[in-house]
Design a protein around this ligand. Structure first.
Ligand SMILES: [Zn+2]
Ligand SMILES: [Zn+2]
Length: 337
């Protein structure tokens, strides 16, 4: 898989997740939540190249770092800033965009596309920096059928989870199946990459030929020698929710997560504090591991652990996860095992 996952932030502090999707010709960067100081480990250019910012919900610990993101991206010219989140996202983010005195903005670039996800629709509003974000420049409501977002390099689907009195959005990333050129075989054939590679990948004429440096090559022969298929990776991000094992909602989410390579998931509480977890609409390490097991995911990456525990407590939670689902890990930079 070519989705690189990095959990940002420290144990017991706010966390966010950065997913980088490498397609060979480009890298797409997706940020999930933006808690306090979560961007500290990223350079300016990394923050400015984030394509989409997905919020699960707007509790303080998931949005506190937004000003750092906003400051570096408010007037970027290369591409719009896409924000996604639960019902209420447009109001919450719009208020934050307005929470600055704007008087030097008239000739500034900057386009912000705010997307609000409900059970069956996504509502989109655009704001421009040159307008000091005052007027919604465009609005549409689309019904969601299948993916929430389709990009050539990835697709995103979403589910609303129960976080007590509010929903928390879960996101799933899927890469498309891709054909890649095997560089060793390319060199064996004495060929040099060029526009012909795209022609070869897109050719539907099985008996056709393509010209490379004036020489004809059979499409079928060349495809079988040069192209390998990448099945496409997947990952899912779930945080701040409650699911009861075996419930209809549990089964629905487990089915939706089926086959995901990496499940990035909250584990606020240890198993002994299940009562507290339920009271605050959160999960325990053991419950999350059971969800990973029931879903048949490849790996469970735990994050967003409570600061009520110390390093020993977090290590214990990792053990609780592993006891249920062997491939449970913490972010490597936490150095807890
Ligand atoms: Zn939280
Ligand atoms: Zn929360």
């Amino acid at each position: 898989m070519s989705i690189h996952i990095e959990v940002l932030g420290e144990p017991g502090a706010d966390n966010a997740t950065l997913a980088q999707i490498e397609s060979g010709s480009s890298v797409k960067r997706l940020l999930f939540d933006c808690g306090s100081r979560c961007l500290d480990s990223l350079g300016v250019s990394a923050i400015q190249s984030i394509d989409h910012l997905f919020f699960s919900h707007f509790h303080m610990d998931h949005v506190c770092g937004f000003d750092s993101f906003f400051r570096l991206n408010y007037n970027r010219s290369e591409k719009p800033v896409y924000i996604w989140g639960p019902p209420g996202t447009i109001d919450v983010i719009h208020h934050r965009l307005l929470g600055v005195t704007w008087n030097l903005h008239f000739d500034q670039p900057g386009e912000w596309v705010l997307n609000e996800i409900s059970e069956s629709t996504v509502r989109t509003v655009r704001f421009y920096t040159r307008d000091a974000f005052e007027e919604a420049a465009f609005e549409e409501v689309k019904s969601i059928s299948g993916a929430l977002l389709e990009d050539p390099d990835f697709s995103i689907s979403a589910k609303l989870l129960d976080h007590g009195s509010i929903p928390s959005v879960a996101y799933r990333i899927d890469e498309p199946v891709r054909e890649n050129v095997d560089p060793a075989k390319l060199s064996d054939l004495g060929l040099v990459p060029g526009p012909w590679i795209r022609e070869l990948k897109e050719s539907t004429d099985e008996s056709g030929t393509i010209l490379i440096d004036g020489k004809p090559w059979e499409v079928t022969e060349l495809r079988s020698q040069l192209l390998t298929q990448n099945d496409g990776g997947s990952a899912a991000y779930l945080t701040d929710f409650i699911l009861t094992p075996g419930s209809p909602e549990w089964k629905l989410i487990a089915a939706w997560l089926e086959g995901v390579d990496v499940l990035i998931c909250e584990a606020q509480f240890c198993d002994a504090d299940l009562e507290l977890a339920e009271k605050h609409s959160h999960m325990t390490a053991g419950r999350v591991a059971l969800l990973a097991k029931d879903s048949g995911v490849g790996e469970l990456l735990l994050q967003h652990v409570s600061r009520r525990y110390d390093a020993e407590g977090w290590a214990g939670m990792l053990g609780e996860g592993k006891a249920v689902f062997e491939k449970t890990i913490f972010p490597p930079h936490w150095e807890i095992d």
